[in-house]
Design a protein around this ligand. Structure first.
Ligand code: ZN
Length: 237
């Protein structure tokens, strides 16, 4: 019982020692470390993640579990392109969190691809960004076994009913800029899904090029709307 007040006294002396920054501070006892608040290495505003995202954060709480579902087998990816998609799911509930939950539980099957699941890296909506796969693992979102999946990070934009499309596009441009800066990808290598020609894995059938993301294409091809999107990406780089 007598040791208790004594240890409190030591604690206070220890804190006083540290706060006065003596020339040769004694090695702090472990209990002093516990009472010191952790110091961040840099402020949030200056971190690289926030430069382009401007306060938006990436939610990684629902990453597909390693070794399971769409990550039961993995192939390394060195990101050289960014592929932009839109979900074409207009259900009111089809926001980024819903897609993240579906991928997390392995609910999106890819019966015609080599993985058995559909996977991609990020889903963006008017409020949030969810990450599903590490940037360094290949997804199954663009062109089966083609160069799109082998070389690009896939980003899906939500188009759920009632959502703010301009906001979603803006968040997507910010995320794209961040990834381009991080992996030194030129904006010319930010491409719509339409860029990649699809040859179905299951039967080798040529499926052509998909009109995706349809609301950023003109008659199924990159035009004025796509150029405007790339300008927005550039403005955040
Ligand atoms: Zn697509």
């Amino acid at each position: 019982m007598r040791f208790y007040p004594l240890s409190i006294a030591f604690l206070i002396i220890g804190v006083l020692f540290l706060s006065q920054c003596g020339k040769a501070p004694p090695t702090p006892p472990s209990y002093v470390v516990e009472v010191s608040p952790p110091q961040p290495a840099f402020s949030k505003q200056r971190s690289p993640e926030n430069k382009e995202l401007k306060g938006l954060s990436i939610n990684r709480s629902l990453l597909i579990p390693p070794g399971r579902h769409g990550r039961w087998k993995t192939r390394r990816l060195q990101p050289r392109y960014i592929t932009i998609h839109s979900t074409q799911n207009t259900a009111r509930s089809a926001n980024a969190a819903m897609h993240a939950t579906a991928l997390f539980h392995g609910r999106l099957k890819g019966r015609s691809n080599s993985l058995g699941y559909l996977t991609w890296h990020y889903t963006v909506d008017q409020r949030s960004i969810y990450q599903h796969l590490p940037d360094t693992e290949q997804g199954q979102h663009a062109d089966y076994e083609g160069p799109g999946n082998r070389s690009s990070i896939g980003i899906e934009m939500c188009e759920n009913q009632g959502s703010n499309r301009q906001q979603t596009i803006d968040h997507t441009a910010r995320l794209t800029a961040k990834l381009c800066n991080k992996y030194r990808i030129p904006t010319s290598r930010v491409v719509p899904h339409q860029h990649w020609t699809r040859i179905r894995y299951r039967d080798g059938k040529k499926l052509g090029n998909k009109n995706c993301p349809h609301f950023l294409l003109d008659h199924g091809k990159p035009g004025a709307k796509w150029s405007q999107f790339l300008k927005l990406v550039d403005s955040y780089r």
